[in-house]
Design a protein around this ligand. Structure first.
Ligand code: MSP
Length: 530
């Protein structure tokens, strides 16, 4: 029995409107979750909204509504976005839900009892926008300005409850040394590892300057700091504060997550504070915190003040013009998954769409299905496809070998969160089919009736190649791949759906006599004017 797996996104602030950043992280997680489900695994994919804190309280006051009303409204907007993007999350947690609040209190009580949380006084440099203290060294490095908003850091003093992060410094260092893939990509790992050497300060986990949050058990004038409250979502959704409860009995198996996917700006909380809290609670560590970089817009950081966020209405224009799956393809293959930011440009989007989806994927599916329609009345020809060489070279692997190694490689890349590589590897099968068509020219051979058996072998291999590629690409483009697979008489259901990705992609499953319909999953569209 293979172990259940899980993946999480950050929970998004309800004082923001959904934009490309939220869509990006959630789409990556969705691709991974779908790939693992297709591979026959039991998957839990979690996302949700972060609803407490001074910023939400302030925005609500400005609008003259209650913080809860604001949270309800905007959380609903995020939920709708998930549906719009075809995201397959298994739960959507909100930090204002009772199931979350009650468990956060239980966790904090446990930390109080173990001495990991204590009441103390603190004075330090505070980033108001981020609601976060920074160390004196870091404040100096930052020239006493917020790295996010650019506004000056302020000197603040508070009576607060603290989490004894300092006590976990050497344990964390040892953990990092033993788990070099705990933070990915490697550049981000090195960044955190370097900062750990500077030592750790205890972190305040409560505030008294606002009230929109979860009250500290036994001291309700203290409100649990929004970040601490939010991090717990990963465990409250699984019911872990109450190990004997119903939720934990059903979902406890999903802890720890395989990937906690986040943006680079919230790495410290996820790679240092959160692991230390888990150590204090004696809960197993996530396998990997994956911190991607940022989408930028025409070379500039996206920001509210510049008004250059790729927001929901803009994204909807892309859906209308190119379709949801083309959007998902662009997110997955061209995004800032590494340590570099990625520029979102309409021109680049259009180029990728045209070259990879229209000219490669769709063109190959369309050429193949039209020729089968034309020469074999739309019926999969009886072809010994397994022995068909992939090119004229005698050393070339057989098609079944090529498809088999490709499927194994694609599966490995998906599992390893190398999603762009998985996409490229799957598309390489389409490129191989194109080479076969170009080299053998079945449309010319078909003019000679004596050569029809050869045409049958070629087109049989082409159709099977397209089918295998569509299976492998379906986590990224679920609707379009389903369309192609249905046209090829092989939807992923029944026996195709059991036995994992490699089995569904096994060469030769598309049998002679199957009705093949013409298909053209992506159409050419006009280039953007700007
Ligand atoms: N609520 C916190 C997270 C708490 S998790 C316990 C938060 N929320 S947020 O709404 O600001 O969302 C931040 C996340 O949105 C980033 O970590 C990243 O996943 C995504 N992005 C926001 N802007 C982005 C880009 N410009 N590009 C890519 N993703 C970015 O922080």
């Amino acid at each position: 029995m293979r172990t259940p797996v899980s993946i999480t996104t950050p929970i998004y602030y309800v004082n923001d409107r959904p934009h490309i950043g939220h869509a990006y992280t959630t789409t990556l997680c969705d691709v991974w979750a779908r790939s693992q489900r297709l591979d026959g695994r039991d998957v839990f994919f979690l996302t949700g909204t972060d609803e407490h804190g001074a910023k939400v309280e302030k925005s609500a006051r400005e609008r003259g509504i209650s913080p809860q009303a604001l949270a309800d409204e905007n959380s609903e907007e995020f939920r709708k976005v998930m549906a719009l993007f075809g995201l397959s999350n298994d739960d959507f947690i909100r930090t204002t839900e009772e199931r979350h609040e009650s468990q956060v209190k239980l966790f904090v009580q446990r930390l109080l009892a173990s001495g990991d949380v204590y009441l103390g006084e603190f004075e330090g440099w505070y980033d108001e926008g981020q609601e976060e203290y920074v160390t004196d060294t870091r404040a100096k490095e930052l020239d006493y300005k917020s790295p996010i908003s650019g506004k000056p850091l302020v000197r603040a003093k508070e009576h607060n409850y603290y989490f004894r992060l300092s006590a976990y410094a050497s344990k964390l260092e040892k953990f990092f040394d033993a788990q070099p893939a705990f933070v990915r990509p490697l550049g981000r790992f090195n960044e955190v590892r370097g900062r750990l050497r500077e030592g750790l300060m205890d972190v305040p986990i409560t505030r008294t300057n606002f009230s929109w949050g979860i009250g500290m058990p036994g001291a309700p004038e203290h409100v649990i700091y929004v970040w601490i409250d939010a991090l717990f979502n990963y465990t409250t959704a699984l019911g872990l504060a109450d190990p004997k409860g119903t939720t934990a009995s059903l979902r406890g198996k999903y802890w720890p997550p395989v990937y906690q996917v986040i943006g680079k700006e919230i790495l410290w909380f996820h790679a240092v504070v959160w692991p230390a809290m888990l150590m204090a609670l004696e809960l197993p560590m996530p396998q990997c915190v994956y911190a991607h970089s940022f989408w930028i817009s025409n070379g500039q950081k996206m920001s509210k003040s510049l008004g250059n966020f790729i927001d929901l209405p803009t994204i909807e224009e892309y859906f209308a013009k190119y379709g949801l799956d083309a959007w998902r393809w662009y997110m997955t293959t061209q995004g800032p998954i590494g340590t570099q930011d990625a520029d979102f440009s309409p021109k680049h989007f259009h180029e990728i769409y045209t070259s990879q989806l229209v000219n490669t994927f769709a063109n190959c599916a369309s050429r193949t299905s039209s020729m089968i329609e034309k020469y074999f009345a739309g019926v999969m020809p009886d072809a010994e496809t397994a022995s068909m060489p992939s090119s004229s070279s005698a050393q070339a692997p057989s098609w079944s070998e090529l498809a088999g190694t490709t499927a194994v490689e694609v599966q490995r890349r998906y599992a390893n969160f190398e999603l762009a590589e998985a996409a490229d590897c799957a598309l390489s099968l389409i490129r191989a089919v194109d080479v076969l068509i170009n080299e053998t020219q079945p449309f010319k051979l078909a003019k000679d009736p004596a050569k029809l058996p050869e045409v049958a072998r070629i087109l049989g291999a082409c159709a099977e190649g397209v089918r295998v590629a569509a299976v492998l690409l379906s986590p990224i483009m679920p609707a379009k791949c389903a369309e192609v697979l249905t046209a090829l008489g092989s939807p992923i259901e029944g026996e195709f759906a059991t036995g994992g990705l490699v089995n569904a992609a096994r060469w030769g499953r598309l049998t002679a006599g199957t009705r093949i319909l013409k298909c053209a999953p992506f159409m050419r569209v006009d280039a953007p004017t700007a």
